[in-house]
Ligand binder design. Structure first.
Ligand SMILES: Cc1ncc(C[n+]2csc(CCOP(=O)(O)OP(=O)(O)O)c2C)c(N)n1
Ligand code: SF4
Ligand SMILES: [Mg+2]
Length: 344
């Protein structure tokens, strides 16, 4: 939990009078609404909430939420957010970034906020493109993506944001997509997690990378292509006729058929959000032969950065009285006499 005091608000309380500058039909609108719907359910207080972003279409987010906000420097939102959290640990901090902002120029900063485990929610809007700068390939663009910066198709192997986050030491990994009805549940779980909670949100950039997630996000046939994970529940999809099991010979995941609802006989795994090894396998599951793993993939808290810093500060100041004059007068000091015109 982040915000100490819960208050009553409605979705309207979180809307601003700012003109929304996203293209009509952009997936960012649906994410904004999902967040504005979720905040009242959390009892969040606008006066105790801050949204901090870098640069990109996604990073315009703080303008559209009626709370405190920083639209900062490209890739540097994690540094600002860490500073805000240390200055006021009770503040409910939400970091908003894009696949370019968070994984190109800001990859280094993102890694450190995750490994330090600063208590905040980190939403990475993954549209697999640089939207704001007119559609150049990003670190998550698929091989062969044609764009102004890759006119004959990208040669790069794309980065996987959730794998990056897990590898950086994140203790919470959630996944959803812009129009998924379960996105608020993922956000709520992220908020309940004490520590850096990383949420990858697949987002449709309808101008520069239209419908790139349709293979799993399109409503028709979604049940066959989406695996929504729930703590303590078997990993079932396709209307419970298929499941995910562990092949004990290859030590890898496989899709199995479930007959007459008997998932136990089929060896389907029960989701344990604290199992880091299985989380890694779920993140790396190739879409196509497997469904897309969505929901809370991993959730296993450990002590946060700010708790450690506060405890250390307390220890260092124990039994000592704060005295600024004494501190400034400590060590080597000089008395300067004379004037600039008449130095001594
Ligand atoms: C130091 C610096 N370098 C480059 C840019 C140009 N720039 C602005 S946004 C952006 C990429 C944004 O991509 P992403 O984070 O995926 O956001 P999206 O627009 O797709 O939501 C770039 C390269 C900049 N603003 N500042
Ligand atoms: S360029 Fe793409 S990501 Fe940016 S506002 Fe338009 S549709 Fe959205
Ligand atoms: Mg992007």
């Amino acid at each position: 939990m982040n915000a100490p005091a819960k208050i009553e608000t409605t979705l309207k309380d979180w809307e601003t009078d700012q003109e929304v500058r996203w293209c009509p039909g952009c997936g960012d609108y649906a994410i904004l609404k999902a967040v504005q719907r979720t905040l009242p359910q959390l009892g969040a207080d606008p006066a105790n909430t801050v949204f901090i972003s870098g640069i990109g279409c996604s990073s315009r987010f703080p303008y559209y939420i009626e709370s405190y906000g920083f639209h900062t420097i490209h890739g540097r939102a994690p540094a600002f957010a860490t500073g805000a959290k240390l200055a006021n640990p009770d503040l409910d901090v939400w970091l908003v970034t894009g696949d370019g902002d968070g994984l190109s120029i800001g990859g280094n900063h993102l890694m450190h906020v995750l490994r330090r485990n600063v208590n905040m929610q980190i939403m990475l809007f993954n549209n697999e493109i640089y939207g704001l700068t007119k559609g150049q390939a990003s670190p998550t663009s698929r091989e062969g993506t044609k764009s102004p910066s890759t006119p004959i198709g990208s040669y790069d192997h794309p980065a996987r944001p959730a794998a990056f986050a897990l590898g950086s030491g994140a203790r919470f990994i959630g996944r959803g997509f812009d129009v998924s009805k379960n996105l608020p549940d993922v956000l709520k779980a992220a908020h309940a997690h004490k520590g850096a909670a990383f949420i990858e949100i697949f987002q449709n950039c309808i101008v520069y990378n239209k419908d790139v997630f349709n293979d799993f996000a399109a409503p028709k046939g979604a049940e066959d292509r989406q695996l929504w994970l729930e703590e303590g529940k078997p990993m079932l999809f396709a209307n419970d006729t298929k499941g995910i099991a562990l092949n004990r010979e290859t030590l890898s995941l496989e899709v199995v058929d479930v007959t007459d609802g008997d998932w136990e006989a089929a060896g389907v795994i029960v989701h344990d959000v604290t199992n880091r090894s299985v989380a890694h396998m779920l993140i790396e599951m190739p879409f196509g032969p497997f469904p897309m793993a969505l929901g809370v993939l991993y959730d296993d808290p450990r002590p946060t950065f700010e708790d450690a810093v506060i405890a250390e500060r307390k220890k260092a100041s124990e039994g000592k009285e704060a005295n600024l004059a004494k501190l400034l007068g400590k060590g080597q000091t000089w008395t300067v006499s004379g004037t600039a015109q008449d130095p001594v």
